[in-house]
Design a binder for this molecule. Structure first.
Ligand code: FAD
Length: 424
């Protein structure tokens, strides 16, 4: 007897275009190139995604953690998803029937769903899959962060209370220190977290601009201690990655803000790139350009806390093209040498050889190795995308020369929430 032909219901992985801040983390993390994007949306290819979950945990907003049960033959095509302004509603008749497919959840080490709503995402794999290069868990002593308190539909309004340039006026690189005040509205943050800024206006085709993400540059107790405010470090984008003149929508909006202007803010975001709070933890911070923002936040928190008994070391490697392009150059140099071990690297100083953060790290190999040996050392890397490979490479070299097995150490640091990478 022939029964009815079984209808295959797919649990289709989708990205919520309303929440997504287009940070590219998912596309970069996906080991099988199932995620793509255009200037409008980030989307998942139904015929490629195997539900490995590698992308779920690194997503700062949880936009990645969306699923719809659909007939496999009627799965949403990439071209459709690219046009969406919001996710389609779940067809009640299919709800709960979907499966991800053969190479299903957990195949590559499932991570926990960011919002807890993931498809059969199984148990979280502490430390994340081998496909993710940094930790997907916070340090054990990190404070508990609040995330996603405000979204694009219900943003919080912050008032600009400061906006000034922190790079030398003679340089092309226009980086601003912008202070936003939240008044009486709750916006609790931790060092290492970021926020979303919703720029006003619309794109050429009339869609509302999507939010852009910015790291918080001030400590949890405020840019001004005891105030409900925070600082950002924003670079005005005037050229695209190919060097063509372009007016970056959000960075120009932010850099042009005046005191008293009101800004729509989403977030906070981020639950792993957080600092340890135990007193004897060491911070090894490596950054370029605006990647200084989270390092400034952590350093300033430690500076304020120092009086209260924090004893761990702070070692900073900070790269820029020239001294004039290094944000916060003056204040950084004013920090006491016995508080922070600062190493600067400039790649375009006229008359001097190019020097990158990796070169500075190599020069200090013995001290970096001493930190690598220490089980209370936490590494933070933030800045230009291109720096990540070089930094991991030099860490491997330094570890190897010191007789440490980098592969083992790397895995352990990831698992213990001690290696944090955020490049963009
Ligand atoms: P868009 O209008 O989005 O882009 C205009 C054009 O410029 C596009 O072609 C785009 O590809 C290109 N472009 C975008 N950014 C750059 C760039 N940096 N260099 C060259 N070309 C570019 N930015 C900060 O200034 N400070 C931060 O602390 C910060 N933190 C971030 C943290 C995270 C986790 C991420 C993912 C990004 C962060 N960014 C930060 C980058 C920020 O989110 C925006 O991407 C950036 O400000 C450009 O936005 P825009 O609207 O001005 O440019």
């Amino acid at each position: 007897m022939n029964g009815p032909v079984p209808v295959e219901v797919l649990k289709q992985h989708l990205i919520d275009p309303e929440i997504c801040i287009r940070c590219n983390t998912c596309e970069e993390t996906c080991p099988i190139d199932a995620i793509t994007h255009d200037e409008n949306n980030y989307v998942v290819r139904a015929d490629t995604c195997n539900g490995c979950m590698a992308c779920i945990s690194p997503c700062p907003t949880g936009a990645i953690d969306n699923w719809r049960d659909v007939l496999r033959a009627e799965a949403y095509a990439v071209d459709d998803q690219l046009t969406w302004d919001e996710l389609p509603v779940q067809d009640d008749a299919l709800a709960g029937q979907g499966t991800i497919g053969e190479a299903s959840a957990g195949a590559a080490g499932g991570a926990s769903g960011a919002s807890g709503a993931s498809a059969d995402s199984s148990e979280p794999v502490i430390g994340g899959s081998d496909l993710v290069r940094g930790s997907v868990v916070p340090p054990w002593s990190a404070a508990k962060p609040y995330v996603n308190l405000y979204n694009h539909k219900a943003p919080v309004q912050a008032t600009v209370v400061g906006n000034y340039r922190v790079t030398d006026a003679s340089t092309e690189s226009d980086i601003h220190h912008i202070v936003l005040d939240f008044g009486k509205q709750p916006f609790p943050v931790l060092e290492g977290q970021s926020i979303g800024i919703i720029p006003p206006g619309t794109t050429a085709d009339g869609r509302a601009h999507h939010a852009r993400q910015y790291s918080i540059a001030s400590p949890r107790d405020g840019e001004r201690p005891g105030y409900n405010n925070l600082a950002l470090t924003v670079k005005r984008v005037t050229k695209d990655h190919q060097g063509q003149a372009v007016g970056g929508v959000c960075s120009n909006y932010l850099c042009d803000l005046k005191k008293g202007d009101v800004v729509n803010v989403m977030g906070p975001f981020g639950s792993t790139f957080l600092m340890p709070n135990h007193a004897d933890s060491h911070l090894l911070m490596i950054c370029t350009g605006t990647g200084a923002a989270p390092m400034r936040a952590m350093t300033e928190y430690r500076r304020r806390r120092r009086m209260k008994g924090a004893t761990g070391k702070l070692m900073l490697f900070f790269g820029a093209r020239t001294q004039g392009e290094l944000p916060y150059f003056g204040p950084l140099l004013n920090l006491p040498k016995d508080f922070i071990d600062t190493n600067l690297a400039f790649s375009r100083t006229p008359g001097s050889p190019k020097r990158y953060v990796q070169d500075a790290m190599r020069e200090r190999a013995a001290d970096v190795a001493a930190l690598l040996r220490h089980e209370h050392t936490y590494i933070y890397v933030c800045g230009l995308k291109g720096m990540e490979d070089g930094v991991l490479q030099v860490l491997q070299t330094i570890a190897g020369e010191a007789g440490l097995d980098w592969q083992t150490l790397w895995q352990r640091m990831k698992t213990e929430g001690r290696l944090h990478l955020e490049t963009y």
